[in-house]
Design a protein around this ligand. Structure first.
Ligand code: ZN
Length: 138
């Protein structure tokens, strides 16, 4: 379940993800993703996907996490992921991002996937446990 803090910040998270999605660099797939990562202190970090002609593309989720972690953030409340503009289904974090997130977040970490159907916004709410029930651990 998303927290009270996540609920309070939801509009801001959606706006942040929409705004940052415009900065996606996707000359190969043209599939733009934006996300907004909420820390436990209420700060929001944005991220968009950045492609590369090699295999070094980076997803919006990992961009947001690396920005936050490099600024000293350690505690995360949840993330909102917004996928391709004309896709009428939600975008779920890839396997690599799920494992990456598991390094920094508990199993109850909120992962909300937002998409628009006409004028209506739809929110699909999961936890890290839902998306990665058996993560790799050393
Ligand atoms: Zn990913």
């Amino acid at each position: 379940m998303k927290s009270k803090l996540f609920e309070q910040k939801l509009d801001e998270l959606i706006k942040t993800a929409k705004d940052v999605r415009k900065n996606s660099y996707t000359p190969y797939s043209n599939y733009k993703v934006g996300c907004a990562l909420l820390t436990k202190s209420g700060k929001i970090y944005s991220g968009c996907n950045i492609e590369n002609h090699g295999i070094m593309s980076i997803c919006a989720e990992r961009v947001a996490f690396t920005k936050a972690i490099s600024e000293g953030e350690k505690e995360f409340e949840g993330i909102l992921v917004l996928g391709g503009e004309d896709k009428l289904v939600y975008t779920s974090p890839c396997g690599y991002c799920r494992q990456f997130i598991s390094e920094f977040c508990d199993k109850d970490f909120t992962i909300c996937m937002y998409y628009e159907e006409g004028k209506d916004g739809k929110l699909v709410e999961k936890t890290l446990q839902d998306l990665l029930p058996d993560n790799f651990n050393l």
